[in-house]
Design a protein around this ligand. Structure first.
Ligand code: ITT
Length: 228
């Protein structure tokens, strides 16, 4: 129990990328697919940090286990930061990655300023509320057409100048070295021993850690500790 962290995401690509960084870490990593289907979380906050915490806390309360959530997205300067926190739903609720890229390329047609960045906030929440936060970002440019087949989401249109490739032309290992999620996860992994000690202390205080299905709607932020 004390050495389990659940990856609170339904995005299989995120799970793969995060598992890759945590290979060999002294912690058992589970994901939502290891459990029966759980009630979804509504991502209606205005910032990556708030949405990440909301997701992590939602699943931590249901499962009675520490949960690590990622909220991420693409900010495009010529679109005033859109799609931002709405990146997953930018082209509609059930849009494919291809449709999202097509919509973005359409909106960017004729724009000369192509600068953009991926942002990621990770939140590790305990069932009782306290959480730790890590952030990562990666600067790039939006191409005029797709390049590459790897990755997911906006990877084929996100050009990373230092490597001369889009994220979809990188292996997962190469992407993890420079990506927003990889950078946030690298900080998490570097601090894993301290994190596990912090988790043990919080979980002892919160004992007995029971899954609480009645708390889904409780949006109490008072216990949210930001990492200093
Ligand atoms: P969970 O909420 O279940 O984690 P999600 O895919 O809905 O999965 P987000 O709400 O954080 O995740 O939405 C982030 C969206 O931003 C994601 O669906 C992609 O379209 C895009 N995105 C985030 N990270 C990306 C990456 O590394 N490469 C390409 N696109 C990415």
């Amino acid at each position: 129990m004390l050495n389990i962290i659940v990856l609170a995401t339904n995005n299989k690509n995120k799970v793969e990328e995060i598992r890759e960084v945590l290979k060999g870490a002294p912690v058992e990593i589970k994901c939502l697919a290891d459990y029966p289907p759980l009630p979804p979380v509504v991502e209606d906050k205005e910032t990556f940090e708030e949405n990440a915490y909301k997701k992590a806390l939602h699943y931590a309360r249901i499962l009675g286990l520490p949960c690590l959530a990622d909220d991420s997205g693409l900010e495009v300067d010529a679109l005033d930061g859109r799609p931002g926190v709405l990146s997953a739903r930018y082209a509609g609720e059930n849009a494919t990655d291809r449709e999202k890229c097509t919509k973005l390329l359409g909106e960017m047609a004729g724009k000369t300023n192509r600068t953009a960045r991926f942002q990621c906030v990770l939140s590790l929440a305990t069932p009782g509320g306290p959480a730790l936060t890590w952030e990562g970002s990666c600067e790039g440019e939006i191409l005029e057409e797709r390049r590459g087949e790897s990755g997911f989401g906006y990877d084929p249109v996100f050009y990373y100048e230092p490597l001369g490739k889009t994220f979809a032309e990188l292996t997962m290992e190469e992407k993890n070295v420079v990506s927003h999620r990889g950078r946030a996860m690298a900080q998490f992994a570097a601090e894993i021993d301290k994190v596990l000690t912090w988790l043990r202390q919080r979980l002892m205080e919160q004992k007995p850690p029971k899954p609480d299905h009645t708390q889904f709607e409780n949006d109490d932020w008072s216990g949210h500790l930001r990492k200093s």
